[in-house]
Design a protein around this ligand. Structure first.
Ligand SMILES: Cc1cc2nc3c(=O)[nH]c(=O)nc-3n(C[C@H](O)[C@H](O)[C@H](O)COP(=O)(O)O)c2cc1C
Length: 338
């Protein structure tokens, strides 16, 4: 793999404070939490460490009221950050207990992880950890090489471990899903509020959050264009090609649709993305129909009444990835309850 995250912890793995206190070790692990994916790279999380406990909070100042009015994707992102923490803790030989929300005392508290003992890392722990700095959302062309059934079965297993499901979409359903994605994209671009929100997070200049032009050249990466023009027409062809050529199109979902389910979806998402990355597979996302409420209902009708779609993924082999920057860890660590 030829690119590297500038502040990647892989560069700093040796800096893990093995002889330090648990508190110092947990603060170090926040570097890995920060590598989780989030819609528009808003990084909607805050972390607090006290003693042997690491708490994850939703940072509601980073909400996306138009693309994500329920805060569903916000919690998926926080769930992905929780997964990164668990993967890193186990790799560094620490066993934690995990308590997910809700917490009656603090509405923003998403998860509390307490280190309870040491842990002997196994092969799986090492494999998932090795992928942390290399997992990136890759929106460019992937290889047309099919992903073997045995690999897909392994990926399904990873998702199942977190209490979620993944469906690799083929045939008639794949066509209907592609149609919904294109329809959702058109509907989103026609909404001025959606364009204004997207424009707010596009980063033509280097920045610690938001989407850099290099990673997501939508609307030429120019906030002014995106805010002012409905560009869905000019982008439709690109999306169509990506969907037609995708070796794998998948829906990741849950069996319920509560905030807790959204967190589980985030954990499952990150777990499957890391496992895929160890095989040279990266994903990009086509969540448009899930961000338009009536279309999400339509998709659910196609799937089944107790199958709640949470993410739509395109997966394929690639070794050329584009990393997206992250905020400094100090900016994500808080000493007070947010
Ligand atoms: C809940 C969620 C929803 C996302 N939706 C989209 C999407 O619809 N389109 C897209 O191109 N990327 C989407 N992404 C990917 C993010 O833009 C990406 O994670 C972020 O820019 C950080 O980049 P990285 O994943 O390469 O670290 C989504 C990510 C998450 C976690």
């Amino acid at each position: 793999m030829d690119t590297f995250h500038a502040s990647s912890p892989a560069m700093q793995e040796g800096a893990f404070p093995r002889e330090g206190s648990i508190t110092e070790q947990l603060q170090f692990v926040v570097h890995y939490a920060a590598l989780a994916p989030s819609e528009y790279n808003v990084q909607p999380w805050l972390f607090q460490v006290h003693g042997n406990t690491l708490e994850v909070y939703a940072d509601l100042s980073r909400r996306l009221p138009i693309a994500d009015p329920q805060g569903r994707e916000l919690l998926i992102s926080c769930g992905a950050a929780c997964m990164n923490i668990q993967v890193a803790l186990r790799y560094f030989g620490l066993q934690e207990t995990l308590r997910l929300l809700p917490d009656s005392q603090c509405a923003n508290l998403v998860a509390r992880m307490t280190v309870i003992s040491s842990h002997e890392p196994n092969e799986e722990d090492r494999r998932l950890f090795s992928a942390l700095p290399w997992r990136h959302t890759y929106r460019g062309d992937v290889s047309p090489e099919p992903i073997p059934r045995s690999s897909l079965d392994q990926l399904s297993k990873q998702v199942g471990l977190e209490g979620a499901w993944i469906r690799f979409v083929e045939g008639e359903l794949r066509q209907r899903l592609s149609d919904l994605i294109l329809k959702g994209d058109r509907q989103q671009w026609a909404n001025k509020g959606f364009r204004a929100e997207l424009a707010q997070w596009l980063r033509p200049e280097p920045a610690p959050d938001g989407i850099p032009v290099s990673a997501h050249p939508r609307g030429g990466g120019r906030p002014f264009w995106v805010r002012t023009l409905n560009l869905s027409h000019s982008e439709e062809h690109t999306i169509q090609c990506a969907l037609q050529q995708a070796p794998v199109l998948a829906i990741l979902g849950t069996f319920g649709d509560s905030p807790l389910d959204w967190l589980l979806a985030g954990q499952a998402l990150e777990r499957v993305l890391l496992a895929a990355c160890t095989e040279g597979i990266q994903a990009s996302f086509f969540n448009q129909p899930l961000e338009v409420p009536e279309m999400r209902t339509q998709l659910q009708t196609l799937l089944g009444p107790s199958d709640y779609p949470q993410m739509i993924l395109r997966m394929g082999y690639t070794y050329s990835t584009t990393p997206t920057p992250r905020r400094a860890v100090e900016d994500m660590l808080t000493s007070q309850e947010p």
